[in-house]
Write a protein that binds this ligand. Structure first.
Ligand SMILES: [Mg+2]
Length: 293
């Protein structure tokens, strides 16, 4: 049986002695190595982890508001980072913001929520939302950019991965030029997104170039990356929150849900609920002193 690595991250300091006591008395874990990554994070190498202990572990850590990742020891060498944009790297749903700013009374929040929960087809709702923008000025995008809230820890995540030589990708069902602005802020090497079409008067035409707007397009991009870079899926780490991220998260060596919709919580083991995006770095075994701010 392969050794497991269990990484814990808390927003405040970790009460390590209390946690170790629980591991010993309630789970009888065979810990063979312990590395402190920061005052907020520690990783444990565990021998012979029995799957039936998982529920108990999950409950205890959730009750203590600790995010955790349990993965095989072999999953160590990550070469590619893939991040969703809306509601992951930034707090906004930018297409919804754009529709709202345009003055439309379309119930965009509800539609977007249903799409991200996988209850309605994303392509149809993208098309509907973009059609609403027809004839509106391109300058509405500037208003959206002003309202963008960058999620905590995002810049450290991307800059550190860049420094460590990972290929960093912002992959979104959102649109250029919003995605390129966000990509540049964080320092992503690649930005993969849809593109709006504009007419000669700089107004939205109501249609778009659907680069990431197809079914499972994020997963298809992983296949392309794998082929072009000769990298296995097991060497990819991805982060996302919505149904269009599911296949990407499922097939990555490490797929992480970030304050995710139910469909991601139900299908993906590793989740960030309580901490920020730097937790992705801890889950990769990176110490705080290696972080680049
Ligand atoms: Mg999202």
């Amino acid at each position: 049986m392969q050794n497991k690595i269990l990484t814990l991250v808390a927003s405040d300091g970790l009460a390590i002695n209390e946690i170790l006591k629980f591991f010993k008395e309630n789970l009888n874990l065979n810990i063979i190595q312990q590395n402190q990554l920061s005052e907020h994070s520690t990783e444990f190498y565990i021998q012979d982890f029995e799957d039936e202990k998982y529920q108990n572990l999950h409950k205890e850590l959730s009750d203590k508001k600790i995010d955790f990742c349990l993965k095989d020891e072999s999953l160590k060498n990550f070469k590619i980072l893939l991040c969703d944009m809306d509601a992951t790297m930034i707090a906004n749903e930018t297409l919804d913001d754009l529709v709202k700013i345009s003055g439309s009374d379309f119930n965009v929040d509800e539609t977007s929520k249903l799409a991200m929960e996988g209850k309605i087809d994303l392509r149809t709702t993208l098309k509907t939302r973009v059609e609403i923008l027809k004839g509106k000025p391109k300058s509405l995008i500037d208003e959206v950019l002003k309202g963008i809230q960058f999620n905590s820890g995002g810049k450290t995540l991307v800059q550190t991965c860049n420094q460590l030589g990972l290929e960093t990708n912002l992959i979104t069902g959102g649109f250029k030029p919003i995605s390129s602005y966000v990509g540049e802020y964080f320092g992503f090497k690649n930005v993969i997104s849809n593109e709006f079409n504009f007419d000669k008067n700089d107004c939205f035409t109501g249609d778009y170039i659907p680069i990431t707007g197809e079914k499972n397009s994020k997963y298809k991009y992983m296949e392309k990356l794998s082929k072009d870079n000769k990298v296995n899926f097991s060497e990819m780490v991805s982060v996302g929150d919505g149904s269009n991220d599911l296949q990407m998260l499922k097939h990555s060596g490490l797929g992480i849900g970030y304050h995710a919709h139910q469909i991601i919580k139900d299908n993906i083991k590793t989740q960030i609920h309580f901490t920020d995006l730097t937790t992705v770095l801890y889950f990769l075994g990176i110490k705080k002193e290696q972080f680049k701010d």
